[in-house]
Design a protein around this ligand. Structure first.
Ligand SMILES: Cc1cc2nc3c(=O)[nH]c(=O)nc-3n(C[C@H](O)[C@H](O)[C@H](O)COP(=O)(O)OP(=O)(O)OC[C@H]3O[C@@H](n4cnc5c(N)ncnc54)[C@H](O)[C@@H]3O)c2cc1C
Length: 468
């Protein structure tokens, strides 16, 4: 009777907000702060850990592990530089994990403080489900708002063929306390490669199974080949063209089957990581109770301002399928925020795609690559340079990779760049900034860069353009 009364009372007293945000990923919290500052009474709802994927199971923890793996690699491989270590080099995964957990805890504390100090923000812990276009149900309570922002992110895709085994995902990999002897990774995208190289450096015997004919399949063939060589040189067994991959488990041992067209081959392993893409967290969000449409890839459909098909509901971050990175999610916040509160209106179409894979050496991309330029039939010119011709790379003893910059042959503007090599994740920004400035390639060509750096070669490369 009392529970019935409480439910009835809650429904009668439906809390009304000016804005509701679902999810505390990379867009939700800064948007909550801005809405609150602009006088909006805002509810932000989170069903899991504050900060979402990047903070808890994505960028922060993986890049902390990449840093530990790099230390292990340097400790084991410095004799050519005249440095040797006596005795064993020990990898202590528990300690690596403690360091990672501390980084995450610090982020949680910062985020919680930021959300709770603001009078206009109510942080609600629970799972949000749409009841209709203006109403959200959370913890049995209905709340409503004139404006709703969806920032629910995504989760790892788990194909049916693996559901019966104890597979690992990016989340559970980061909970391991002992370095596994063997690790089989299904998927040759950036998540698989980053985990593969780091665990190989920690001491696991790693195999990467990729269904396609190359690792990082969106990249140009020469870049994918160079990446494959880097990964193989890390001691990883790379099996490309591995069709019909599936797994069984008996007595704690996982058996992975692949290549069924040429006869079935099998690998036994104690640990199996699935890194075969991600799906948006929208299947249980109650979208069927709203007018929100999804696209044919299963993401929430948005326009250039990130409005869904219901104009007072926006979708930001990985769930809109327009980007799958922290910087794209944060930029989604900037777009929506500018549309609401700023004079200069930002749009999705202003953004150049950019990303990095934090293997060692890293891959960094902005704009179009050679494959895409050829597909689009754009008349372009190319500047390229192998890393083994660059003084700083030679001095460091890190000469794997190459740099490619693409120029529009008609406008002289930069179409994009692919940098694979030491420091690529930082010096790609030289190109990114010029692209946002709308500059021609001549601005970089005529600049004087510092010696000895990798960036120093960018002006020189641009002196020697060839037709694509
Ligand atoms: C292993 C790995 C490494 C990565 N490394 C990088 C990197 O180096 N650089 C980079 O830019 N990107 C990286 N990414 C991608 C990056 O983590 C995401 O793109 C980024 O977190 C943006 O996510 P988001 O803002 O869309 O939402 P998320 O960060 O996924 O957050 C969504 C939040 O919504 C909550 N939520 C979902 N449904 C509901 C609901 N119904 N009710 C209430 N709350 C809900 C979730 O619990 C979650 O907290 C990595 C991803 C992975 C998996």
């Amino acid at each position: 009777m009392f529970i019935f009364y409480l439910r009835y009372y809650k429904q009668e007293q439906m809390r009304k907000f000016d804005a509701i945000i679902i999810g505390t990923g990379q867009a939700g919290p800064p948007l909550a702060a801005s809405l609150a500052k602009n006088g909006f009474k805002t509810a932000i709802i989170e069903k899991g850990e504050l900060g979402g994927t990047c903070v808890n199971t994505g960028c922060t923890p993986t890049k902390a592990y990449v840093a530990s793996a790099r230390r292990a690699f340097v400790a084991k491989n410095s004799s050519e530089h005249g440095i040797s270590f006596e005795g064993n080099i020990k990898v202590d995964l528990q300690k690596i994990k403690v360091r990672k957990d501390k980084l995450i805890a610090d982020s949680h504390a910062g985020l919680e403080k930021m959300l709770e100090k603001e009078e206009n923000i109510s942080l609600i812990r629970g799972k949000a489900v749409f009841a209709n276009n203006n109403t959200i149900e959370v913890n049995g309570e209905k709340i409503s708002a004139e404006k709703i922002f969806i920032n629910v992110g995504g989760r790892p895709r788990v194909p049916e063929d693996f559901k019966s085994v104890n597979y690992l995902t990016n989340r559970t990999m980061l909970e391991l306390e002992k370095v596994p002897e063997e690790l089989v990774i299904v998927g040759g995208g950036y998540v698989g490669l980053e985990f593969g190289q780091m665990f190989s450096r920690f001491g696991s015997r790693v195999t990467i199974l990729e269904r396609g004919s190359q690792l990082m399949k969106k990249e140009d063939d020469d870049i994918s080949e160079a990446i494959t060589q880097i990964i193989k040189d890390s001691g990883i067994n790379v099996l490309l063209n591995s069709n019909c991959i599936k797994a069984n488990q008996a007595n704690g041992v996982i058996e992975v089957e692949y290549d069924c067209e040429e006869g079935v081959k099998k690998i036994k392993t104690s640990q199996l990581l699935l890194a075969v893409g991600r799906v948006p967290n929208i299947d249980d969000l109650g979208l069927e109770n709203t007018g929100i449409k999804t696209d044919d890839r299963g993401f929430i459909q948005v326009n250039d301002q990130l409005e869904t098909s219901v104009p007072h509901i926006w979708a930001l971050g990985d769930c809109n399928g327009e980007g799958a990175f922290t910087h794209t999610s944060y930029n989604d916040f900037q777009i929506v925020n500018s549309q609401l509160f700023e004079e200069r209106k930002r749009k999705l179409s202003d953004r150049f795609p950019s990303y990095a894979a934090f293997i060692d050496p890293p891959l960094a991309r902005v704009g179009l690559n050679e494959k895409q330029i050829r597909e689009k039939g754009i008349k372009a010119r190319l500047a390229e340079m192998p890393m083994n011709k660059i003084a700083r790379a030679k001095e460091k003893g890190e000469t794997a990779g190459k740099l490619k910059i693409f120029i529009d042959a008609e406008t002289d503007k930069i179409l994009g760049a692919t940098f694979l090599g030491t420091g690529a994740d930082e010096h790609i920004h030289t190109i990114i900034d010029q692209m946002y400035a709308g500059a021609t390639y001549r601005v970089i060509r005529d600049a004087v860069h510092i010696h000895p750096t990798v960036s120093e070669l960018l002006p020189t490369m641009l002196e020697n353009l060839k037709d694509l």
